[in-house]
Design a protein around this ligand. Structure first.
Ligand SMILES: N[C@@H](CCC(=O)N[C@@H](CS)C(=O)NCC(=O)O)C(=O)O
Length: 304
């Protein structure tokens, strides 16, 4: 059975006079800019990341862990937690790094003048060019990689903001909206699946920033039941997406990147902030909880 949405006639001019309803309604506003003063913290590493372990955030932490795995010491980073549900993205310091108030945002403090970078496509390209990794230099391989990188930037909003929103978060189930975005999401999965028949990785024989950008969204759908929709979308049918996602999940840097700034799942998989490579061994939530219980018996959880 499907719910019929109430009849709605748009007024002449839209005004913001009521909450939109649904999950995350409290953080939606029709205006940009900061809501409050708040300086961002700065750690000791060249790169300062302000983020959260969502599919967009994870792209950057996977990239940084991949760069470190290839021996680039200049990719050492502090990953600070931005709680978007609490409105941290509207603090003045964050807005100065990303005027679009969305995680992730990066400050490169390695040079004489800090460089801000926002939008994950720009961040992945910036890091790829800075360190000369994961973006082919040969002209046709580079064009293929950038085509798939930007395919992700244009496609994922239909998956997250379209399908995920109407299937999982909207206050009512609207058949028209769910049909429209389920159709588009399945079409995108098929685009990827067909590409991965002919190619080991998305952009060709080498692992690139295209894989790093696409994996958290479409790999998440294939392997982690995003939006509780694995069965609804028959994700097991996309065999080549499954094969590719399994291969990426074997990569140690992907495993580490998925843990950073993560606030849900197994405590051992959550590293709320990362300020040192050793944090993966000592500062995951399971370890912090155990340490604080040991330090003060009776206490249950450390501050995040
Ligand atoms: N196109 C952006 C999307 C970033 C984005 O949508 N971030 C979400 C979390 S995954 C966010 O910060 N949402 C907070 C908000 O909308 O206020 C990118 O690729 O960086």
């Amino acid at each position: 059975m499907t719910d019929t949405p109430p009849e709605y006639s748009p007024p002449e001019v839209w005004v913001w006079n009521k909450p939109s309803g649904g999950s995350f309604a409290n953080i939606n506003r029709p205006i940009a800019g900061p809501t409050h003063e708040n300086e961002l913290p700065v750690g000791r590493h060249p790169l300062q990341l302000y983020s959260l372990g969502t599919p967009n955030g994870v792209k950057v932490t996977i990239m940084l862990e991949e760069l470190l795995a290839r021996g680039h010491k200049g990719a050492e980073y502090d990953a600070w937690l931005i709680k978007i549900g609490d409105g941290d993205q509207f603090g003045s310091g964050f807005v100065a790094v990303n005027p679009n108030s969305k995680i992730p945002a990066l400050m490169d403090r390695s040079g004489p003048k800090p460089i801000r970078v926002f939008e994950t496509g720009a961040i992945l390209m910036f890091l790829a060019e800075k360190f000369g990794e994961f973006l082919p230099t040969e002209v046709s391989a580079r064009a293929e990689c950038l085509s798939w990188l930007f395919w992700q930037m244009g496609s994922a909003p239909y998956l997250g903001g379209g399908f995920g929103h109407f299937y999982a978060y909207a206050p009512i189930k609207i058949e028209y909206a769910i049909d429209r975005f389920a159709m588009e999401t399945k079409r995108q999965l098929d685009v990827l699946d067909r590409r991965l028949v002919e190619s080991e990785y998305v952009a060709g024989p080498a692992y690139t920033i295209a894989d790093i950008a696409i994996f958290p969204w479409y790999g998440g759908l294939a392997k982690f039941n995003s939006y509780g929709a694995a069965e609804f979308l028959s994700v097991q049918d996309y065999k080549n997406v499954q094969r590719w996602a399994d291969a990426l999940l074997e990569r140690p840097a992907v495993k580490r990147g998925r843990m950073v700034n993560r606030l849900s799942g197994e405590p051992a998989s959550q590293l709320h902030e990362r300020h040192d490579a050793s944090d993966f061994e000592t500062k995951t939530q399971d370890k912090l909880v155990a340490a604080s219980a040991h330090a003060s018996p009776g206490a249950t959880a450390p501050a995040a």
